[in-house]
Ligand binder design. Structure first.
Ligand code: TXA
Ligand code: MG
Length: 329
């Protein structure tokens, strides 16, 4: 199969709709990362998602809907705080986990009783979702365990030959996957940290828990247990007070004839003068936005990416550090 990249516009959206309604898959932009999309009620199409990605069959998918879609068709909303959250942060990089009404096929939810729902804010994606007017399930459009794609070209590099069409909506502004928030209980619980932070949820709801994933626990968001986001090269991760160690490893790699790259926030750049550096930016939002792009750029050049951890883990930095540990730790 030939994979074609088309700029997202009315014509390519009509083509994408045709493919989706006929049981096919497409690559679609969102404001977080690119998704691999199928119609959520089509079992055969959803099975293809798992095949194409090599995704474990116990890891459920998120249903994406347009901003005027009535989510009561898909799920039970059991707590009033949910409406306040939706009003504040949807459309946007927030996924809510509800008790499901069973409309989405069982393959997409891995036989589970809950359904994750999200309304992307990316304009082109909204247009596509409105045109199809059905829930579209979509995991990140990478091969399982690889880094999530933030450009159409990243999707192409992983899925060329496996899907007919990738809609190009530019580089994803958010850069890391949506926050996954369990809203089935009285207090919302973050299952996967992202750009909608604990602090932002607390501001609206008052309280917000963070799910801890300990060895042996029943995992509520199966995706977080897998080692993923990994670039295709060696990696190392050092704390911000271990810059000397990072420099030593870099020098050892050079001495061994290897091509090392440092990956760090811009303000640390001066500690790595004359070295190869993948610069992530200065603010949390910039760093999130650049993280996967730099990992994917780095893996094409580097034998090893030596990453420097963030000095904090509040706000957006929780989601960033979670990905940095999984990709480089
Ligand atoms: O930003 C995003 O969320 C992107 C874009 C494409 O929308 N999608 C994405 O999908 O990251 P994926 O499949 O790569 O990650 C979905 C995460 C996984 O950790 C999965 O376990 C969790 O959401 N998840 C999905 N359905 C769930 C459910 N019913 N209960 C708990 N966790 C769920
Ligand atoms: Mg993913």
């Amino acid at each position: 199969m030939e994979t074609i990249i088309k700029k997202i516009d009315d014509e390519s959206i009509a083509e994408a709709k045709e493919i989706l309604l006929n049981g096919g898959l497409i690559g679609m932009p969102t404001e977080t990362v690119y998704g691999l999309a199928a119609v959520g009620t089509d079992s055969e199409a959803v099975k293809k998602i798992y095949e194409v990605k090599g995704r474990p069959s116990d890891n459920p998918l998120i249903a994406h809907v347009h901003k005027n879609y009535d989510i009561n068709k898909l799920v039970y909303v059991s707590h009033d705080y949910v409406y306040k959250l939706m009003e504040s942060y949807m459309p946007g990089p927030l996924t809510l986990v509800f008790d499901s009404k069973g409309v989405i096929c069982k393959e997409a939810v891995c036989g589970g009783e809950t359904l994750a729902v999200r309304m992307p804010s990316h304009k082109g994606c909204q247009k596509l979702l409105a045109a199809v007017d059905m829930p579209i399930v979509a995991p990140s459009a990478n091969l399982s365990k690889h880094t999530s794609p933030v450009t159409a070209m990243h999707v192409y590099n992983d899925l060329n030959g496996k899907i007919p069409l990738i809609l190009d909506g530019g580089k994803c502004a958010g850069g890391i996957e949506s926050t996954v928030l369990d809203v089935t209980g009285k207090v919302p619980r973050i299952l996967r940290a992202g750009l909608i932070t604990r602090e932002m949820v607390e501001r609206i709801v008052g309280a917000c828990e963070i799910a801890e994933h300990k060895e042996g626990d029943r995992v509520r968001s199966p995706g977080v247990k897998y080692r993923h986001y990994r670039p295709r090269c060696e990696t190392a991760l050092f704390a911000e007070n271990e810059l000397d160690k990072a420099n030593r490893l870099y020098d050892e790699q050079i001495a061994a004839g290897k091509r090392p790259y440092i990956m760090c926030a811009d303000y640390l750049d001066e500690h790595f003068k004359g070295k190869n550096v993948l610069k992530l930016g200065n603010t949390g939002e910039e760093i999130a936005s650049n993280l996967y792009d730099k990992l994917l750029e780095g893996e094409t050049e580097a034998d090893i990416i030596i990453a420097i951890a963030m000095p904090r883990e509040d706000g957006v930095y929780l989601g960033i550090m979670n990905r940095l540990r999984k990709s480089c730790g």
